[in-house]
Design a binder for this molecule. Sequence first.
Ligand code: MN3
Length: 195
Amino acid sequence: MFTLPKLDYKYSDLAPAISADIMQLHHSKHHQTYVDKLNAALEKVPEVQGKTIEEILQDLDSLPDEIRTVVRNNGGGHYNHSLFWQVMTPGGSEMTSELSGRINQAYGDFDTFKNNFTQAALGVFGSGWVWLLPDLSIEVSPLQDSPIMRGVSPILGLDVWEHAYYLDYQNRRPEYVAAWWGIVDWNEVSCRLTG
Ligand code: MN3
């Protein structure tokens, strides 16, 4: 049985980038629903008991046909949101010099990286995610898919589903993405990079 993870901050702590209303709805309703539907689907497959969500998502092909899509969408939703809450912190945090150096090496400078990631986020058609991978490449996924499904653990992720920003920004995704940069927990990203 998977459970909704507790947050390290209050729903109101990420404002004004993300309001308390969005956080409450997004965490206690959307994420909870992914967890509930994932658990309901997995009740039918006793052989996955005790596996981590990462293990399940990396081996979707082994699941019975009738639950594979449900687990992909809701297990993906659970994994993606669990990561998303962790890579944000009130007011953001400073990047380590190691991560900063590696981003500069890969992109020339931070602004170029930030611009590339932002453009990827704005380019997602409909619902999906933008990821930074351990090799510092940027990737987008539709719906609740994730690079973890092929065994790659993202080190940063941004939810660009409308439910992540519509209450605050309506259709203005660029404003949401611009504000989100201010709450990224670069310490956490660094930890995920170095394992
Ligand atoms: Mn979401």
